[in-house]
Write a protein that binds this ligand. Structure first.
Ligand code: NBG
Length: 835
């Protein structure tokens, strides 16, 4: 079809109607025509699907008109490349962003159903591990809300992050089956498939103009099929696309093998190809050396870049201006091979001279780093990389040679510097360093919180900073207020809106107006009443699902995030045991009743993290059943922490645990969600905690623990956890209690690895921070009793969190890195058949 023809879309019937009766009819129609059911035999899931399709129909005009904008030659589009997008359930947020939640609620009620029950049917797409994937999802939502033309590119994993079950207090991984009942939010686009090559060899040749060229003769080819999901902005027409790629066999049958009777041989290739996008690697920090992981990375990056080039050329664009059409952001090093792939496409396939191609590439890419943990810096063994991507390795050598020539001038031949900077690690076994490739190939490099960005310049990327200080930036993370306040906490949202109007939803800084009510007795009362109601809801849920009775008036002390030693969930456990020991010593002791809530998944191969879960659940079992405790302490581990399950948790917190060892957490984003919903934070000076504390005021934040400088000093001077153990009686008592088998039915071996790691090694300095943490928690307990003070602090936390909106973060990326501006989408009405 020509552009002229697509200007108006002819449709049989109008599915944009928003009358309650129209919506009710639409749901019934979709139930009949799409689900093939009538109400009497329909399952709740059928109704969910019918509703989802009804909503999808209503966003279609916005989506199509937005796509039209990408094609306009003068429009610059952000391409966000990420191996993970942790979107959370679609339906709720789409109803809110389209502004049709109440209408739909009524239409569903008129169909004899409850919207909440249908919302609960949705299996969330768990296409991410944690913070990094969720950040990508918040950013996609903000990009749409801010009317920035954007496409997210990623992988359509058939199996996302595993579901977590607890058996006997241990984590058990269960396969995620998010696609089993179909996914109404995606549209496959097989007509836009692209081919991706792997393995084989390269070969030099002279082209018809006599120029020296290289071609890649691959060993195999896989087809990438895009699946598109609409991302709707809040009260705008802009509906951007998340384009996720699925691997398929290039030929679904090998007919020669088939004809020779080798049926299994014939489908082998198909199975092999489809394996590529079968499953998400469940590690929150990258793992080394897994070929399939590198295949996944290259696969989606190649699909994405081929897609962009097609779009650009389709709009009549010249490849020398590719960077004017697309601003490509590399979300961590997972897509870093894009630098080599774009060079290959431009030089080998489209015959641009190297220098021109390099200029295009550098102007195209920006790179965000999300971790300082040295073990998390991605590098690929050279033989593996070379056998999978032979041409890319050559290109990386070429980039490296030119880069080192440049660096040599700057560092005057300092060969150690050059070895440190090189894209190839040659200190032992040889590796390709993905972070270095990303740095060299990008015009902007950023960290995700001020502290993290500073540390990047001083540590892992120090040499690059010396070379190119102007490339380095900070972009402090943010979260979307639509999901993380408006959707997850409707009561508080309502109260806020009653007092300051609705502007805060898109201008989160407006929350500052709540400061005026911080001392207002009536407002405080309402604020408390809401917190109490939300806590009651969570308590009811815990009672029903886990059969644990908790007191909604107790202090809800919550730590939800991936389980990791650096995040120190076990420090939290030491506090619980310390309180427990105080009660055992003095049964009448007057302490603030607390409910400790944990949630989070451990990487399946991370033994210590799994043991941390077991220690939490074991302490819970003992403490929750000890009559002496008299309900003053309860410990709950919420199984299967994911976006869906997290939404009722943030609003219910009184206290947010952000207790990582200083220097280890790049930013954190859960910390923002809690504080936005009026929880106070107990935290270290790490990641974005530093900025949150600045924003809410030091007096409204419970700070404890070593600073980064102190951590460094302690480690340099020879840290000995054993000394801390011996000279801190409460700590010793707590650790001894674990060691004695008290929480493990007398089994003294069970927690030995955990205890030994703490007293003999303690790489994350729990023992050094223990006393400060306990003292700070005592202060928290006292302050919680001063109800008015606590409420004021809670209000001030929400009021001052405006800065941590992902809208602010995205605006900064747009200005400082992508150089893109909003374009509002006009809804060109489509022509109705009988109109
Ligand atoms: C994580 C950091 C978090 C940060 C998120 C989002 C990775 C590699 N990094 O601190 O650990 O909030 O990224 O930036 O998952």
């Amino acid at each position: 079809m020509t552009t002229e023809q697509t200007q108006s879309i002819q449709v049989e019937d109008d599915r944009s109607g928003l009358g309650i009766e129209t919506l009710r009819r639409a749901i019934a129609d979709n139930l009949f025509y799409l689900q093939g059911k009538w109400p009497e035999i329909a399952t709740l899931n059928d109704f969910y699907m019918a509703l989802a399709n009804t909503v999808r129909d209503r966003l279609m005009p916005r989506w199509l008109n937005t796509i039209r904008n990408y094609r306009r030659s003068e429009v610059r589009v952000v391409a966000y490349l990420s191996a993970e997008f942790l979107l959370g359930p679609h339906l709720g947020i789409k109803l809110i962003n389209l502004g049709i939640e109440e209408l739909v609620r009524q239409a569903v009620a008129d169909s004899g159903l409850a919207l909440e029950d249908l919302l609960a049917q949705e299996e969330e797409p768990g296409l991410g591990n944690g913070g990094l994937g969720r950040l990508a999802a918040c950013y996609m939502e903000s990009l749409a809300t801010l009317e920035i033309p954007a496409i997210g590119y990623g992988i359509r994993y058939e199996f996302g992050i595993f579901d977590q079950e607890l058996r006997d207090g241990w984590q058990v991984e269960v396969t995620d089956k998010w696609l089993q009942y179909g996914n109404p939010w995606e549209i496959p686009r097989p007509e836009s498939a692209v081919m991706v090559r792997f393995g084989g060899r390269t070969e030099a040749y002279t082209d018809d103009e006599g120029a020296y060229r290289v071609r890649w003769i691959p060993a195999r080819v896989v087809k990438g099929v895009p699946y598109d999901t609409p991302i709707v902005g809040y009260y705008v027409n802009t509906t951007n696309t998340l384009r996720l790629w699925r691997a398929e066999a290039a030929e679904s049958f090998n007919f020669q093998a088939f004809n020779q009777g080798d049926y299994y041989g014939a489908v082998d290739q198909k199975i092999y190809s489809e394996n590529l996008t079968k499953v998400l690697y469940p590690n929150d920090e990258p793992l080394q050396g897994k070929q399939l992981r590198l295949e996944q990375q290259y696969f989606f990056v190649s699909c994405a870049l081929q897609d962009m080039i097609r779009l650009h050329r389709g709009a009549g664009g010249d490849l020398r201006q590719f960077h004017q059409k697309f601003a490509v952001q590399l979300n961590d090093t997972h897509p870093a091979v894009a630098v080599a792939e774009l060079m290959r496409l431009l030089v080998d396939e489209h015959r641009l001279p190297w220098d021109a191609a390099w200029e295009v590439s550098q102007s195209t890419f920006g790179f965000t780093n999300h971790t300082l943990l040295p073990e998390a810096l991605e590098k690929w063994p050279l033989p593996l990389f070379g056998s999978l991507l032979p041409r890319h390795l050559e290109i990386i050598y070429e980039i490296n040679q030119r880069f080192l020539d440049q660096a040599r001038v700057h560092f005057l031949g300092d060969s150690q510097k050059l070895a440190q900077l090189s894209l190839i690690d040659e200190s032992g076994e040889r590796y390709v360093r993905m972070a270095h490739l990303a740095c060299v190939g990008s015009h902007a490099i950023n960290g995700v919180a001020e502290l993290h960005s500073e540390l990047l310049k001083q540590t892992v990327l120090k040499d690059f900073y010396q070379l190119w200080p102007q490339k380095f930036q900070n972009k402090t993370n943010g979260v979307t207020p639509r999901r993380w306040l408006l959707l997850c906490n409707p009561r508080l949202s309502q109260l806020i809106t009653e007092h300051i109007g609705t502007d805060w939803v898109c201008q989160l800084e407006q929350l500052r107006q709540l400061e005026a009510y911080a001392e207002d007795r009536e407002f405080q009362r309402q604020w408390r009443q809401i917190k109490r109601a939300v806590k009651q809801d969570l308590a009811d849920h815990i009672q029903q699902t886990l059969n644990i009775a908790i007191n909604p008036d107790s202090l809800f002390d919550i730590q939800v995030k991936r389980i990791h030693e650096y995040k120190r969930q076990h420090l939290n456990v030491l506090h619980i045991i310390t309180l427990y020991n105080r009660i055992r010593r003095n049964p009448d002791i007057d302490i603030v009743p607390r409910t400790f809530i944990f949630g989070g998944k451990a990487a399946p191969g991370y033994i210590m993290a799994k043991l941390m879960i077991k220690v939490i659940t074991s302490v819970a079992e003992v403490v929750n059943n000890d009559p002496q405790v008299c309900d003053r302490i309860k410990v709950v581990f919420l199984p299967d922490y994911n976006v869906t399950n997290s939404q009722p948790v943030y609003p219910a917190a009184d206290l947010s645990e952000q207790i990582s060892t200083a220097g280890k957490e790049a930013s954190g984003t859960g910390n923002m969600k809690f504080s936005l919903n009026g929880a106070l934070t107990i935290g270290t000076l790490d990641g974005a905690n530093v900025e949150i504390r600045q924003a809410v005021g030091a007096e409204n934040f419970f700070l404890f623990g070593l600073t980064i400088e102190e951590v460094q000093q302690l480690q340099e001077s020879g840290y000995n956890p054993w000394d801390y153990y011996n000279r801190t009686p409460d700590l010793k008592e707590a650790i001894n209690l674990i060691n004695s088998g008290f929480f493990s039915h007398g089994n003294r071996e069970l927690f030995k690895p955990l205890v030994d790691s703490l007293v003999y090694d303690d790489p994350y300095l729990l023992l050094a921070d223990y006393s400060a943490y306990i003292d700070c928690q005592d202060t928290v307990g006292q302050r919680f009793r001063e109800t008015d003070t606590w409420t004021r602090m809670s209000i001030l936390n929400s009021a001052r969190m405006g800065y941590f909106s992902s809208d602010r973060a995205i605006r900064e990326y747009c200005q400082d890195i992508w150089h893109v501006t909003p374009i509002s989408v006009q809804l060109k009405p489509y022509v109705q058949a009988d109109a």
